[in-house]
Ligand binder design. Structure first.
Ligand SMILES: Nc1ncnc2c1ncn2[C@@H]1O[C@H](COP(=O)(O)OP(=O)(O)OP(=O)(O)O)[C@@H](O)[C@H]1O
Length: 459
């Protein structure tokens, strides 16, 4: 879940005292600091005097309508995330509220639970947007999304090494973003205007790799009908990115070492050598040190490539970045597929944060793409595949404490699950259906809440 300010401040502007009061009680129970205002003038004063994280704004306010007030704030650059409410608004006004940038629209009367849930969602959304903005303002990050300490450290190290000539070896599991880090180093180096040539060493057949890297003269081997430049030559004055470097055959390793040591290459079938000025960045998900021990990777080349090692953390080492990444990826994918903006609800986000992501950001991206196309406006746990839900969440297994808000929620959840189970004579599938959750999720909640068969069969 996104992190919220310790105690967010909410401004409630409604001319009906009872409504103000009801909202205030509901949100204060959620731990929010609520300031109630009965007219635009006093609301404007509050906004002038302090930082407000969220506004709950009535559309029909008497002297000036809420939409006009919101637009005025927008034009002054002082609008805050806002939930519009109204008892008599027309459909057109409700649509307008969303169009001008309201986070949500609630029709009165609404329950305390409804406003609490929407307010929390709005605050979480705003906090994520703020983190994304702060991140994007930071120089040189390129497309790398994340503000966890591990990612910040990685970016700081990558920026430090970017404008040197040092070889960099980027390690990390598959799909963690090693190529993005290489792009970032190139973009922040003095070689940024020269090309970065990418070689996927595991995708080129062994008999072609040397010609791909160093080029060949006409007639150098059967099928070499015309001379060809190699990637080293194309990368002259720029960067050669050797992806999956552990898969380089030993013959090519020897030639790369020579090229790096002497700054010279020799095309296949050529007599003379060619001077090249190339910086090498390499990446691998394998343990290259181990490959050296196994004899599949040259030790001298290993040291040559590993002048500066950078390790990209796996996604499960930086779960804090998951909501940021999810938001970023979802909005990018919505734009790509021409879909209306969609959001991931809190429960589904919680599940995404708990999953272990063996395929890292790439897996997250692929999953979201699949889910996004099939889901409605909001992505819920019902849209998530079983593999994401069927993991144990140690946090859920914590014993219940005494009297926190969480305990109250747990108790209410336990009562509801038990009542529904009893209603369906213990049938888990029907209970899950009734409660709009998936079976594995229900099982996990049942075990976290200590619900066993004897509780609903009365045995
Ligand atoms: N921090 C991140 N922010 C945004 N997108 C990311 C991030 N990390 C990875 N991605 C995205 O995830 C996908 C995989 O990233 P990338 O190809 O850089 O991973 P990799 O570590 O090089 O994988 P492999 O080892 O399989 O080559 C890409 O589409 C990339 O844009």
């Amino acid at each position: 879940m996104a992190e919220l300010a310790a105690q967010p401040t909410v401004l409630v502007l409604d001319d009906e005292k009872n409504i103000r009061h009801a909202i205030q009680i509901a949100l204060e129970q959620e731990g929010m600091h609520v300031i109630a205002a009965h007219d635009v003038a006093s609301a404007a004063r509050v906004l002038d005097e302090r930082v407000v994280d969220l506004m709950v704004l009535d559309i029909r306010l008497g002297e000036i309508d809420g939409l006009a007030f919101f637009r005025k704030l927008q034009s002054e650059g002082s609008a805050v995330p806002t939930i519009f409410i109204s008892g008599h608004a027309t459909l057109a006004e409700a649509a307008q509220a969303m169009k001008v940038g309201g986070f949500d629209f609630l029709e009165k009367p609404f329950s305390a639970e409804k406003i609490s849930v929407v307010a929390r969602r709005c605050l979480e959304h705003a906090s994520l947007q703020q983190r994304l903005r702060a991140m994007q303002e930071r120089e040189g990050m390129g497309e790398i999304v994340g503000d966890s300490p591990l990612i910040q450290r990685l970016i700081a190290d990558a920026l430090k090494v970017a404008d040197t000539q040092a070889s960099v070896l980027i390690t990390g599991e598959s799909g963690t973003g090693k190529e993005l880090v290489a792009n970032m180093i190139h973009a922040n180096s003095s070689r940024r205007d020269a090309p970065m040539v990418k070689v996927n060493c595991s995708a080129i057949p062994e008999n072609l790799i040397e010609s791909e890297l160093f080029g060949h003269e006409r007639g150098a081997f059967t099928g070499a009908h015309a001379p060809r430049r190699g990637m080293f030559e194309t990368a002259h004055r720029g960067v050669l990115f050797l992806d999956e470097v552990a898969d380089l055959p030993l013959g090519a390793q020897a030639k790369i070492l020579r090229a790096l040591q002497h700054g010279e290459i020799q095309k296949l079938g050529a007599e003379r050598t060619l001077r090249v000025d190339v910086r090498v960045i390499s990446a691998t998900h394998k343990d290259l040190k181990r490959c050296v021990a196994d004899g599949t990777f040259r030790e001298d080349l290993y040291y040559r490539l590993n002048v500066v090692p950078l390790r990209v953390p796996s996604l499960r080492e930086r779960r804090r970045d998951i909501p940021l990444l999810v938001n970023f990826i979802v909005s990018r994918l919505c734009a790509k597929h021409n879909l209306r903006a969609k959001e991931v609800d809190a429960e589904a986000m919680h599940e995404l944060e708990q999953y272990s992501w063996p395929g890292n950001v790439r897996e997250l991206q692929n999953l979201l793409e699949r889910v996004l196309i099939m889901s409605g406006d909001r992505i819920t746990v019902l849209d998530l595949p079983e593999e994401v839900l069927a993991v144990d969440d140690p946090a859920d297994a914590k014993p219940m404490g005494q009297s926190s808000l969480k305990d109250c929620r747990d108790q209410a959840e336990r009562d509801l699950i038990l009542a529904t189970l009893k209603q369906h004579a213990g049938n888990i599938s029907r209970t899950a259906l009734d409660l709009h959750v998936r079976r594995p999720y229900l099982h996990r909640r049942m075990s976290a809440l200590g619900i066993s068969k004897k509780d609903y069969f009365g045995g």
